[in-house]
Design a binder for this molecule. Structure first.
Ligand code: UD1
Ligand code: CA
Length: 454
């Protein structure tokens, strides 16, 4: 089988500079969803018909097994499919999909393909309470499909038909070539309608069958930002349902957003308002608190993200506790049972097992050993305005509050840094290092007194 994906429409109603099929749904272009679905059907080739702003579409989504056909100008869906025909080989069937219909399931398309086997034409149709705008499926007295009539060409009687054309169909390639060559643009819109091939198939004695999707949303297209948002919620609900079916506790499936891939172990719990982007892997028993944003991260078993944490480009060992209000940036590697508390930022650093930074700290470009305690207000001064330098903190170090470590600098194993230290030279192991003006108290000192008001 070959797949043709129509993606040449202008998408005027999106009111956007970005071509419609590149508008994101669940973090990926609409067309990427259709391509993924098409690929799951293992076709011989996929031909994308592109037009307006299409070079950008091609640049973003080109890949192996894809061929591209340009449609310029756009003279209708029949004309669009015709642009793909030189790329298709006779002897097999062509499945027509749409770059702006992102949620069609593989199972539904497999049923459609099965219906088209043996040289027939098969249409995906749905019955709608309000069929306005769609092409209507016209059947004869015996219930056999005879043709499709577009909204603008239909009589009052035809407009009453509720079964509509989704546009998705499968047809034998050599027949399709012939039919498309015979389609005219003598209709209300002056367009070459793909839907006109149905009457030609019937006239040629080719069997026409219909298949219905499991859900109507599988056939919905995106023409406006409103429809994009509606399909986003449907897509997100599908993702949430798949996670729950896999055993994940999703506190509210209507308040979850996955914009990439989210892989979960057993007994994972996700509270409301979380956003997952890129590739995220949550180990067994991971709990994600409310309103966390997690991007490209792997969290080890039993790790807990407390609410409002932002975790990116990070991997953790087991049983870490992060947040509330913590931020880990790319290059953060935490070993087991590391604790990062509120307003702690970590970047491009490794922190070894059982170390803690519980409040208000910046750890950047650092290698932190095991069982290290980083006091509140500690900062690695990693940047001198031109270069980044590393800070090394060995095992069992205790860093007092409000300490600055001016990198490059090393704190030896078991060292203690007194609160308020500005460390500019390496601190030796096991000793107390402190840089601080000595405390003094002046006996007999009197606070100045304001002159009494008259
Ligand atoms: C089409 C069908 C209609 C069906 C409806 C489902 C035809 C004539 N009508 O109508 O029966 O109920 O879809 O949504 O096929 N496109 C191109 N090049 C073109 C024209 C369209 O690539 O020259 C693409 C568009 O980007 C879009 C799709 O084809 O993805 C459908 O085009 P659209 O103009 O929306 O078709 P409708 O008039 O809605
Ligand atoms: Ca349409």
């Amino acid at each position: 089988m070959d797949v043709v994906i129509l993606a040449a429409g202008k998408g005027t109603r999106m009111r956007s500079d970005l071509p419609k099929v590149l508008q994101p749904l669940a973090g990926r272009p609409l067309l990427a969803h259709v391509l993924e679905t098409a690929q799951a059907l293992a076709p011989r080739r996929i031909c994308v018909v592109y037009g307006h702003g299409g070079e950008l579409v091609r640049e973003r989504l080109d890949g192996p097994g894809l061929v591209w056909a340009r449609q310029e100008p756009q003279l209708g869906t029949g004309h669009a499919v015709q642009q793909a025909m030189p790329q298709l080989e006779d002897g097999d069937a062509a499945l027509v999909l749409y770059g702006d219909v992102p949620l069609t399931s593989v199972a539904t398309l497999e049923r459609l393909c099965a219906a088209g086997e043996g040289g027939g034409l098969a249409l995906l149709t749905v019955a709608l309470d309000d069929p306005t705008g769609y092409g209507r499926i016209i059947r004869d007295a015996n219930g056999r499909v005879v043709r499709i009539v577009e909204q603008k060409d239909a009589t009052a009687e035809e407009l009453a038909v509720r079964e509509v054309n989704t546009g998705i169909l499968i047809a034998p390639i050599e027949r399709l070539r012939d039919w498309l060559g015979r389609v005219t643009n003598r209709n209300a819109q002056g367009e070459y309608y793909l839907t006109d091939i149905i009457a030609l198939a019937v006239a040629d004695g080719v069997p026409v069958s219909t298949v219905q999707p499991a859900a109507v949303w599988e056939t919905l297209g995106v023409n406006s930002k409103r429809q994009l948002a509606e399909l986003e919620r449907i897509g997100q609900r599908n993702i949430a349902e798949a996670l729950m079916d896999g055993g994940v506790t999703v506190i509210d499936p209507a308040r979850l957003d996955v914009r990439g891939t989210l892989e979960c172990g057993r007994d994972v719990e996700i509270d409301v308002g979380c956003v997952f982007e890129g590739r995220v892997v949550l180990g067994d028993g991971v709990r994600v608190g409310a309103h966390c944003v997690v991007r490209d991260a792997t969290l080890g078993a039993g790790t807990r993200l407390a609410p409002f944490s932002h975790v990116e480009g990070t991997s953790t060992g087991e049983a870490c506790v992060i947040g509330p209000y913590a931020r880990t940036r790319p290059g953060t590697r935490l070993a087991d049972e590391v604790h990062l508390g509120n307003f702690v930022e970590v970047k491009n650093s490794t922190i070894d097992a059982h170390s803690k930074a519980n409040h208000l700290a910046y750890v950047g470009d650092a290698d932190v050993g095991q069982r290290v305690n980083i006091g509140a207000g500690t900062i690695t001064c990693n940047y001198d305005g031109a270069n980044k330098h590393r800070t090394v903190i060995e095992d069992d170090v205790f860093i007092g509050s409000d300490t600055q470590l001016v990198a490059p600098v090393r704190v030896g194993r078991g060292a203690t840094l007194g609160a308020g230290t500005t460390l500019t030279k390496d601190a030796p192991p096991e000793q107390l290092t402190v840089s601080r003006a000595r405390q003094a108290s002046l006996a007999g000192w009197k606070r100045p007194v304001k002159p009494a008001k008259k």
